[in-house]
Ligand binder design. Structure first.
Ligand SMILES: [Zn+2]
Length: 318
């Protein structure tokens, strides 16, 4: 067996993603199966900002918005909270899922979802809690008052670069960005009140990240790798229609829990050893079955298995 085959051999069968029938009173509805193995997969990498990025999770003052920041390991850094990563990546994942359904079924995804999962499943307020997306990201079905736990864990991350170097803000060379809220209304005079000022994270800024998938199937892992790339094109943060595009480099995909954290990755970056540690494969994972770690081209080869894994899921749904 080569490394990729050994990795795939540790994944749960894709059948585990097929929802179970759940009976309540007269009704029978489908629900994603709970955690089915004790295994996990860790994915770690670096996200690099390509266009102005506005990680903003709080109200600013008046017409101004400010980038989230945190003092950490001796410097102020831009903060990219895990909730925002999860939200955008979940939507990207659903986009890919629907497209693959349409390609396979030759019809609309709505029909397929209603037949296989009892409803269309829309994020965030009308989740089906039966489909692949709900199985991975979890959700609450308010109609039935039932929930599925998320099998994917995200962690807050912080810029490698210091705030004064990577954030355009008052007092820096660039100053704050200036936007206009009324492009569309040509009759309205553009005055002080229609403009807003915003801080932004500059292109080239890097954020290391770690994601953990529990009870992983090959479809989950390959699908996640594609969802991240799709999310990068869509954009993260405030005004993500125009801003917040990223480039992601996956450094490792491995079975087991990581023996390092985002903080370690920041520390390694500050010491200048982040990339070389992964290049030399000097990163470790705890897996009772013996960790299988994929690097570089092996990660790409794994991502290339998406269509094959999806075919299997599609067949399993019947
Ligand atoms: Zn769903």
């Amino acid at each position: 067996m080569n490394t990729i085959e050994s990795f795939v051999a540790q994944m749960a069968a894709v059948n585990a993603l097929v929802p179970r029938e759940f009976r309540s009173g007269r009704e029978s509805r489908r629900v994603a199966q709970p955690i089915f193995t004790r295994r996990v997969v860790t994915i770690a990498g670096i996200k690099t900002v390509k266009t102005r990025f506005l990680p903003v999770s709080h109200e600013g003052y008046g017409n101004e918005s400010y980038v989230d920041k945190l003092e950490l390991l001796g410097k102020t850094r831009a903060e990219f909270i895990s909730r925002k990563l999860k939200g955008i990546e979940r939507r990207a994942h659903m986009g890919i899922f629907r497209e693959m359904v349409e390609r396979k079924s030759g019809g609309g995804w709505q029909q397929f979802f209603t037949t296989k999962f009892d409803k269309e499943c829309t994020i965030p307020d009308n989740l089906c809690i039966a489909c692949w997306n709900c199985s991975l990201f979890g959700g609450l079905d308010t109609d039935r008052n039932m929930a599925t736990f998320s099998r994917i864990r995200f962690f807050d991350t912080y810029s490698i670069e210091a705030a004064e170097d990577c954030i355009a803000m008052e007092g820096t060379e660039e100053g704050m960005g200036i936007g206009n809220q009324v492009y569309e209304d040509v009759n309205k005079a553009r005055g002080r009140e229609t403009y807003h000022l915003y801080e932004y994270v500059k292109a080239g800024t890097r954020f290391p990240f770690i994601t953990i998938i529990e009870s992983p199937t090959l479809l989950d892992v390959a699908g996640y790798l594609h969802a991240v790339r799709r999310a990068d094109e869509h954009g993260y943060g405030k005004y993500s229609a125009n801003h917040g595009k990223f480039d992601t480099r996956f450094l490792v995909v491995a079975t087991g829990y990581p023996r390092f954290s985002v903080l370690d990755m920041l520390q390694w970056a500050d010491e200048g050893t982040l990339e070389s540690r992964f290049a030399k494969r000097e990163v470790y994972f705890d897996d009772l079955n013996g960790s299988v770690a994929l690097f570089g081209d092996e990660v790409e080869a794994l991502a290339g298995k998406l269509a094959e894994a999806f075919d299997e899921y599609y067949r399993a749904l019947g």
